[in-house]
Design a binder for this molecule. Structure first.
Ligand SMILES: NC(=O)c1ccc[n+]([C@@H]2O[C@H](COP(=O)([O-])OP(=O)(O)OC[C@H]3O[C@@H](n4cnc5c(N)ncnc54)[C@H](O)[C@@H]3O)[C@@H](O)[C@H]2O)c1
Length: 273
């Protein structure tokens, strides 16, 4: 098992929600946490809370869609502290609604943040991670990366891309012989962070607790697990989706309520964030 003590963990989108919960969980393991986000005020708030709880913590305002800002933050971090051992690609956005009702620029923004963001960050920090004695890359995807999601077309497809990217970088690192670098892909259903306020979780599941998912991510990094799929239904979703005839998997998606889950979405992106 990898000890996280003294490891430097950079997390994107860490001002609130799952990112902040993961910062708390990594810090509890003795890691130095580097919180990044475009929300400067939220970052200040998170740093104050973490620092007063005794965590070693730094913050950098950073937009994952902006390679120049990422390069600047990387330079500053290297000068202030040093390189990164673990990169957690968490920042994400969703703009729910029927495809034509969502402005085209919101669909594009979803891809820029959720797809190009992790690519930009990995491009900037991969050398750091490879140079670490026990480097690790984490990609926060989603259970929607395995299915079609009415009312979340570009969100779900951005998470299909996130899974494909994480799998490809994992395969490439293995092919290159970088066996000390772990890669974990995280695929949860709905988490109670406000991002998916108003949705109906699929039947047999409920809203997940961010602290619990954060703890699962930290355990996965320590044990070098490739997948975090939560709850249980997500562990068999790829099999149901790809192992069954399409009409049967469509029927199951309707029966579990996944097809209607976004109908009453009221999450963060609703106000144009
Ligand atoms: N909440 C859920 O139900 C759920 C389920 C599965 C996966 N996820 C994924 O988990 C991750 C975290 O989601 P959350 O629920 O904590 O959402 P959230 O909205 O609470 O937090 C997202 C954070 O990302 C930041 N962010 C947005 N755009 C950014 C950008 N361009 N650059 C830097 N930071 C940016 C926001 O400021 C915010 O602090 C996302 O990738 C999301 O897709 C969430």
């Amino acid at each position: 098992m990898t000890s996280l003590n003294m490891k430097r963990v950079l997390i994107t989108g860490a001002a609130r929600g799952l990112g902040r919960a993961m910062a708390e969980s990594f810090a509890a393991e003795g890691a130095e946490v580097v919180l990044t986000d475009l929300d400067a005020e939220g970052l200040d708030d998170a740093r104050e809370a973490l620092s007063s709880a005794g965590a070693r913590c730094r913050t950098y305002v950073l937009d994952v869609t902006d390679p120049a800002a990422i390069a600047e933050a990387r330079e500053a971090l290297h000068a202030d502290a040093g390189t990164v051992d673990i990169l957690v690609n968490n920042a994400g956005v969703v703009f729910g609604g029927e495809f034509l009702e969502v402005p085209l620029e919101k669909h594009h923004l979803t891809y820029r943040v959720n797809v190009e963001g992790p690519v930009n960050m990995t491009h900037a920090f991969l050398e750091d991670v490879i140079g670490s004695p026990r480097g690790h890359l984490v990609y926060i995807a989603s259970a929607s990366g395995y299915v079609g999601l009415p009312g979340g077309t570009t969100y779900a497809s951005s998470k299909w891309a996130a899974i494909g990217f994480a799998e490809s970088i994992r395969a490439e690192l293995k092919h290159q012989g970088h066996r000390r670098v772990g890669v974990t892909t995280v695929c949860p259903t709905y988490i109670a962070t406000g991002m998916f306020e108003g949705v109906a979780p699929p039947k047999t599941t409920s809203m997940l607790d961010p602290a619990r998912i954060a703890a699962k991510v930290v355990t996965a990094v320590k044990r070098r697990k490739v997948w975090v799929r939560e709850p249980w239904i997500v562990k068999i979703t790829p099999l149901l989706k790809h192992g069954l005839p399409t009409p049967v998997s469509d029927f199951l998606s309707d029966a579990f309520g996944a097809s209607k889950s976004m109908d009453h979405w009221q999450g963060h992106g609703k106000s144009g964030e």
